[in-house]
Ligand binder design. Structure first.
Ligand code: FES
Length: 123
């Protein structure tokens, strides 16, 4: 089922909006014009994950050699610091088995009284 959650101009690049959809708290993020939605409940102990800080990622192929990706796409849970990728909902440290629920987001335009395109989350 689709739910209109925001006008696109409510969430600028790098921004987010936390919405209630069918009794679920969901964070909708704008990463350089692409939108993603994550459940605002950390799989660790239920913290408000989507209120956490967005940071870049450090990757290392070999010990002592690392590369910093400055795109702010890693979300840090404000309770204990577990990290998740906004694009996938997967854990930064254990992506194979740990993730937060993510939802499809689309930008749609409706011929109604609302002006401009809106963000739609499907749950
Ligand atoms: S509740 Fe999120 S890291 Fe513990």
């Amino acid at each position: 089922m689709k739910h209109v959650v925001a006008k696109t101009d409510e969430i600028p690049p790098g921004g987010r909006k936390i919405v209630d959809v069918a009794g679920r708290s969901i964070g909708v993020f704008n990463l350089d014009g692409e939108y993603f939605a994550l459940r605002n409940r950390c799989p660790h102990q239920g913290g408000a994950l989507c209120e956490g800080k967005l940071v870049g990622a450090v990757r290392a192929e070999l010990p002592g050699e690392f590369e910093y990706d400055p795109r702010l796409e890693v979300l840090i849970c404000p309770w204990h610091g577990w990290e998740f990728l906004v694009r996938t909902g997967r854990s930064w440290c254990a992506p194979e088995w740990l993730r937060v629920k993510s939802y499809p987001v689309s930008v749609e335009t409706y011929p109604v009284a609302v002006e401009g395109p809106v963000l739609v989350v499907e749950i």
